[in-house]
Design a protein around this ligand. Structure first.
Ligand SMILES: [Zn+2]
Length: 266
């Protein structure tokens, strides 16, 4: 049974657990124009230990649905569709010079291999534009490419976020993260996982700093804040002071104090 048909079977069963195997087969024929014999559906239920006569939907039914959804997404993702990485052209949206309104001209095209979770591995061919008519010396790159990944990088923001969340929120070991990403057609070495993890922290700190006005506004809107301060220190080493607004559970900032009284914030 294909992944798609298995998913349709599961969906029909979850929507109406009382349907017989024959009725599920009939639904698939009517709604999706596919012929599946009830015996195949019965075998599918047995293979996945799904209980057709259970009084309510079982946990493993939902887990099976989830795993088939992920499998279908993997099978139909661009990463799995191409035997060789495709070349994708990128051009800036800006077509005229904002200074003199002359049409921008091609400065150069550059190619680089790129890896993202959403699109897999591909070669990005980016056209850079410039104005040859006035003193405006800006180089215009493709915004759609810079939204996918930082300039000069190989890995997309989605890979960066996946690694950061796996390391710091799910506390996965490096080898497990490599396996999880390999299943999504992204190959990383242990040192690359470490590098992307550090980069994630740096980007997170920048995003947090840039969001300070919005965080202040949100805290003010709920009538102020209750600030908890706490610090950790190991022997004579530097102390990490953390602040927490216990109303919103936002951490406004951390301060590291070294032994000589100097402080740095993050
Ligand atoms: Zn110009």
């Amino acid at each position: 049974m294909s992944t798609q048909i298995a998913l349709w079977v599961l969906v029909e069963y979850i929507k109406e657990p009382r349907l017989s195997l024959e009725q599920i087969a009939a639904r698939l024929r009517e709604q999706h124009n596919v012929a599946v014999v009830p015996e195949s559906i019965e075998r599918f239920f047995q293979d996945h230990d799904l209980k057709k006569d259970a009084p309510a939907i079982q946990l493993n039914t939902l887990a099976t649905l989830r795993s088939y959804q992920e499998q279908l997404a993997r099978e139909s993702s661009p990463a799995a569709l191409f035997a060789h990485p495709p070349t994708v052209p990128f051009r800036p949206a800006q077509s005229d010079c904002p200074g003199c309104q002359a049409p921008l001209q091609v400065y150069k095209t550059q190619r680089r291999t790129v890896l993202t979770l959403s699109l897999g591995r591909f070669t990005a061919q980016e056209t850079l534009l410039h104005c040859g008519h006035c003193a405006n010396d800006t180089l215009y790159g493709a915004e759609s490419l810079s939204q996918l990944l930082p300039s000069g990088c190989t890995y997309g923001y989605d890979v960066l976020v996946f690694v950061g969340r796996a390391l710091f929120l799910r506390h996965r070991p490096t080898e497990e993260i490599i396996e999880e990403l390999r299943a999504r057609q992204v190959q990383l070495s242990p040192s690359e996982v470490g590098y992307l993890g550090r980069k994630f922290v740096a980007y997170l700190a920048l995003a947090h700093r840039q969001s300070a006005p919005g965080l202040q506004q949100a805290m003010r809107a709920q009538g102020g804040y209750i600030l908890d301060l706490d610090g950790t220190t190991g022997g004579g080493g530097p102390m990490l002071m953390s602040s927490l607004d216990s109303l919103s559970e936002i951490v406004p900032g951390n301060v590291r104090r070294s032994g000589n009284g100097c402080a740095s914030t993050a």
